[in-house]
Design a binder for this molecule. Sequence first.
Ligand code: FE2
Length: 293
Amino acid sequence: MESTAAAVTPAVYGDSDRPPRGDYSRDGGVRADYTCAQDWASYTPADHDTYRRLYERQAAQLPGLACDAFIDALPSLGVKDRIPRFDEINERLYKATRWEVVAVPGLIPEEPFFSLLANRRFPVTDWIRKPEEFDYIVEPDVFHDLFGHVPMLFDPTFADYVQRYGQGGLKAHDLGAGEKLARLYWYTVEFGLIRQPEGVRAYGAGILSSVGELQHAVRSPEPHRLPLDLLRAMRTRYKIDTYQSTYFVIDSFADLFGKTAPDFTPLYEQLATLPDIDAGVVLPHERDIPAAG
Ligand SMILES: [Fe+2]
């Protein structure tokens, strides 16, 4: 097998008293790029049942809340009544956009993460939450990563955006701007909204895989919904333990792809001179985009 990195260590983001979750020293090994084999045989009937129930509950609430691209691509995940084998998904995904999913044991550090994305390989955590975590889990698990992220990778323009993000991430890492760029990922890939003719809809995986945040993000009058401006989004702090209080809205995936085409170096220089903005704060000149009806 490929070189098994004795030095592979789990990544920890934010403050936590708990040890990182996931088996980074498993039999068969975790490779130097943090990928591993999907340990499909180790899933129990209860694990498959958890996936089935999560899928069923979430799929039922997508109409009117999820964007068209997501709803159209969801069947491409294949089986709904058990955890899919990544290889099965890859047969369809590679044909559609030349992306593939790869198994990882849990959260991985910034640089290998960016590197996988830059090579059109999407890291998917292979373990699933316990039944008592059915409604809420802190770390991404296989349900969040597969159901939330992978359907969007079937959209050619969005798929190109994620690769470009990875390429930009490697550059940002070298420039010490990884934290600012991570906010762009947060406010697009994880919590992005898109305008459709009938109103705003969700395309971000953090929204699409959450039982409560879909309604909150798309329909609730509470949060702010601002047009995506790169500088504004990268100045905005975010919270990981509550629903978002500000979302950023794009007009189309082509719009998102176009906005991220230029070199970000001047943006990082500007960001270094500007104060951060707290989540939920709206500046005097900003106007909210209405919630979906
Ligand atoms: Fe995610």
